[in-house]
Ligand binder design. Structure first.
Ligand code: MG
Length: 451
């Protein structure tokens, strides 16, 4: 049996291995703390498609009922749908039973505020305080309500998407799309969205039963079936979601993965072309975003890695668009969260408006190459090395929001300790692969020398 230390408690939630660190008792305890934190009113509860979802969800309902809340079961839903629906239904909060892209034996709970956002660090601290004190609200037999069921959440999300997209323009192009939903929660909305947008659609793993023929993370090496299906069906584009449908990866009409950064770059350019406004991305997002924003005459603000940081800054800056380079597009017009459906809609709009193929569209985005590597190192070692690197490069433009990021004009290198493993991660971006590799190598040499 694996160690119980696999339970991970972080910003906005908890995840663990089901039957080991994550049991119904653990889920119920967190839900009881959340019910106490949120209050005795409507709490939206949704889940992704993994097989342990119903078991954990029942434990969540039980604890919320005991705390006097009114849990609303919205069933299997994409994570952006759950977030949006909390706000739409004016609930006090929400619980999502999901472990995002973690393997099938994992599951977790994510906690959502009444704003329809993941709990931020301050809210998380307050909630965890209640959890650790263990002094949970209890309604007593008289105050216990029942679980309500609502099945309208995906449709509410769909309505919001269609209101913000140029539906007629996309319909006219009658695009042929292959959508790979990873057997996940995306399956409950992607087919309907594509149909509303007049696409001719071929689906892969679009039954929300958790069974998926590829690893859930939509990274280029996991997209071979999507690539083959795009080519075979002469599709205009391929879409790949992750299991909770907050990220979207693209495959062009020739079956080539377009790179993790391309979804965000295309979506940003599409939104800025209509209604320019500030852009908020995390520290690792491609320099292509800066080039696109410069063209539109708007500023780019960068944040720490992590959706919560991006979304908080995006709301503060009243940004038009933002997100993360791993295919997580945040379009606040729909809802301020990473949303693979908003991303899909914007990409289809781009194809329709430009009348180009996906590969031609890709060539219009300034190209940079990202190279990632890592060296062994504990958080302590990483801390010392970062201090020395910072001294060595003190005259450069640097950011210490998250590890150390050093800008060299049209390239950068980012060195940071891994949050989960004893590694120091090194990422570099430059105009060519060779230049990015040289930059990574020179920092590996520096780290070795400074260790
Ligand atoms: Mg995800």
């Amino acid at each position: 049996m694996k160690s119980k230390s696999s339970l991970k408690v972080g910003i906005s939630g908890v995840r663990g291995i089901v039957g080991d660190s994550l049991s119904p008792q653990v889920a119920a305890r967190f839900a009881a703390a959340f019910g106490t934190y949120a209050g005795r009113a409507r709490i939206i509860v949704g889940r992704d498609a993994r097989s342990s979802g119903p078991m954990l969800t029942e434990a969540v309902f039980s604890a919320l009922l005991a705390a006097g809340c009114r849990p609303v079961d919205i069933g299997i839903c994409p994570i952006p749908t759950i977030l949006l629906y909390v706000k739409e239904r004016r609930a006090l909060g929400g619980v999502a039973v999901t472990a995002s892209h973690n393997p099938g034996e994992w599951n977790g709970l994510k906690f959502i505020s009444g704003r329809g956002l993941y709990l931020n660090p301050a809210e998380t601290a307050e909630f965890l305080d209640i959890y650790h004190q263990g002094d949970f609200a209890f309604a007593g037999a008289e105050g216990i309500r029942t679980v309500e069921r609502e099945d309208g959440a995906p449709h509410a999300h769909l309505r919001r998407l269609l209101r913000n997209l140029d539906v007629e323009a996309v319909r006219k192009r009658k695009l042929r799309v292959v959508a790979d939903c990873a057997g996940g929660a995306g399956s409950v909305l992607m087919p309907a969205l594509l149909e509303e947008l007049g696409c001719r659609t071929v689906l892969i793993d679009a039954v929300p039963d958790g069974s998926c023929s590829r690893p859930s993370e939509p990274t280029p090496e996991n997209l071979s079936e999507l690539s083959r299906t795009v080519v075979k069906n002469r599709a205009d584009i391929g879409f790949a979601q992750d299991a909770d449908a907050d990220r979207l990866a693209l495959v062009d009409e020739k079956g080539r993965p377009m790179g993790e950064d391309m979804t965000l770059a295309l979506a940003v350019r599409r939104v800025l072309g209509g209604k320019p406004g500030p852009v908020v991305v995390n520290l690792s997002a491609s320099l292509a975003i800066d080039d696109i924003a410069r063209e539109a005459g708007v500023p780019v603000f960068r944040t720490k890695i992590g959706e919560t940081h991006v979304v908080e800054e995006l709301l503060r800056r009243k940004a038009a668009i933002g997100g993360e380079g791993n295919g997580g597009v945040v379009w606040p017009a729909v809802h301020p969260c990473r949303d693979s459906f908003a991303a899909a809609g914007l990409i289809l709009e781009s194809l329709a408006a430009s009348n180009r193929t996906a590969s031609a569209l890709r060539r219009t985005i300034p190209s940079y190459v990202l190279v990632k590597d890592k060296v062994e190192g504990t958080p302590d070692q990483a801390h010392r090395i970062l201090a020395r690197l910072k001294k060595r490069h003190g005259r450069r433009e640097i950011s210490t929001l998250d590890g150390l990021k050093i800008f060299f004009g049209r390239s950068w290198v980012h060195v940071r300790p891994s949050n989960t493993e004893p590694f120091i991660r090194i990422t570099a971006e430059a105009k060519t692969k060779a230049a990015a590799e040289r930059l990574v190598q020179s920092f590996k040499d520096d780290i070795r020398e400074l260790s």
